[in-house]
Structures are given as structure tokens and as C-alpha cells.
Design a protein around this ligand. Structure first.
Ligand code: 5GP
Ligand code: ZN
Length: 113
């Protein structure tokens, strides 16, 4: 399957990996939108949030725990950070392998643009 984030998870394409375990990989976004901008992905290919099913419930929980770990390590847990998963075109999803953006280190606006 020709998926950019599967290729990053398989180390076929380089990325600045900041965390990895059996199920997850987290790496620096190549085009950061905040001082902290890390992407957390499951190694399992899931194209969009709409393809998440009951078998993935534990995996999705682990994604959030991984995001929390990164936020704490980067020192933005207390000050605040944003976790974002875009789904499909209007939300701006550009890579069709689910990923949680972990953004922090600056003040964010709400509602988002
Ligand atoms: P989306 O728009 O799908 O929510 O987010 C995709 C994210 O992946 C974007 O923030 C983009 O900068 C990042 N990205 C795209 N290609 C690469 C890449 O090759 N390496 C890394 N590290 N990030 C990428
Ligand atoms: Zn993939």
C-alpha cells in the first residue's frame, strides 16, 4: 500500500521520530504550526477516523495516552495544548492514515480557522 505514514512507520521514509512502541509512532510534523507539533499515528493503517471500529478501541485510547506523554515531555501539558484529527476534505485531511496532531507552545484561537 502506498501510504506516506505507513512508510514513515516502516522507516522507508525518514522522519524525526520522538516516540515509538509496538503499536504507535510519534514524529515531528515536517511543517510545524506551533513550537510543539508532533503527529501520533498507529502503526496499523486506518485511512480516516470514519474507519475506526470497535476492534480499535484500545488502540485509539493508546493514541491519546501517547499524545499526553509527548505534551508532558515537551512541557505544554500544564499550559495547554491541542489535539486535532482532521477527517476528509473540508477539515483539510491531506494524509489518509489517521494521525493526532499534538500542538502546543503558543496560544490557539477558538473557533479554529
Ligand atoms: P492533515 O492535513 O492530514 O491533518 O495533516 C497532515 C500533516 O502531515 C501535515 O501537518 C503535514 O505537515 C504533515 N506531513 C505531510 N507530509 C509529511 C512528511 O513527509 N513528514 C512529516 N514528518 N510530516 C508530514
Ligand atoms: Zn498508512
Amino acid at each position: 500500500m502506498d501510504c506516506l505514514f505507513c512508510r514513515i512507520a516502516n522507516k522507508e521514509i525518514p522522519a524525526r521520530i520522538v516516540y515509538e512502541d509496538d503499536l504507535m509512532v510519534a514524529f515531528e510534523d515536517v511543517n510545524p504550526q506551533a513550537p510543539v507539533h508532533v503527529l501520533v499515528i498507529p502503526k496499523k493503517h486506518i485511512a480516516t477516523s470514519l474507519e475506526i471500529t470497535e476492534v480499535d478501541n484500545a488502540l485509539i485510547g493508546l493514541m491519546f495516552q501517547t499524545a499526553n506523554k509527548i505534551a508532558r515531555e515537551r512541557g505544554v501539558a500544564g499550559s495547554g495544548f491541542r489535539m486535532v484529527m482532521n477527517c476528509n476534505k473540508d477539515a483539510g485531511q491531506s494524509v489518509f492514515h489517521i494521525h493526532l496532531h499534538v500542538l502546543g507552545g503558543r496560544l490557539f484561537q477558538w473557533p479554529p480557522g
